[in-house]
Design a binder for this molecule. Sequence first.
Ligand code: ATP
Ligand code: ZN
Length: 270
Amino acid sequence: SKVKDMSAEVVDSNPYSRLMALQRMGIVDNYERIREFSVAIVGIGGVGSVAAEMLTRCGIGRLLLYDYDKVELANMNRLFFRPEQVGMTKTDAAVQTLSEINPDVVLESYTLNITTVEGFDTFMSSLTNKSFRTTKSDSGVDLVLSCVDNYEARMVVNQACNELNQTWMESGVSEDAVSGHIQLLIPGETACFACVPPLVVASGIDERTLKREGVCAASLPTTMGYNALKDYFPTMEMKPNSQCSNTACLERQKEYILAKPTRDAAAKAK
Ligand code: ATP
Ligand code: ZN
């Protein structure tokens, strides 16, 4: 048959073996560049822990992990955490597990609440730390993943990323775990999290009452998003709101409009 037998190719302990195995899949040709990238993950729960593990297995350069919580026995129905880690902070337990999976990833554990003044300060300074940077960039990270489970924390990630002009992704899963959404947010270019008020704010309904209906209340304004039962995954583009209540968002929107001639020239040159 034409199918190549990969079983004969033993993956040794060389860090590049892992990368080469993925590179051979041929999806991206400069796969080894993944080692230059830093990703910040806020919330190491059901979504964040799995995202962290996948990035670790793919050979990401550096991961910054944020969570205020400790591992509990109640978390054992989820993937990732182990019974002997009960009592450890989620970020420390994650660093322990991830470093065993791939010792080449630079891992940083931040046990903090991003919505407190002190937590927010540490969050901001860690995101701007450029010590890992090999290329010149404004930010210390390449992507922020919001994997939290509440509106307040999402608004804080939104604030930080608007201030830092940092691209980020927001995720949410409904209480019944059947539907969810992913949103890419590029400050100034796409709608920020405050540009379109989510259902819980727009309707004035209490977040806790809504949660029971299987709706992701703290997220997008409607229940749109992936539906696992119907295997339905609608996508849409949301432009920023010129009336957004977030001043940093308005600043990024202005910059984006001002940079239009530069973007056009670059597109023409291609
Ligand atoms: P459950 O849904 O049963 O509560 P969980 O605690 O793992 O499970 P998830 O929704 O899976 O919750 O994950 C969200 C994670 O985000 C949690 O680990 C939570 O501690 C973390 N988180 C939420 N808000 C903040 C915040 N303000 N600062 C830091 N971490 C936060
Ligand atoms: Zn906005």
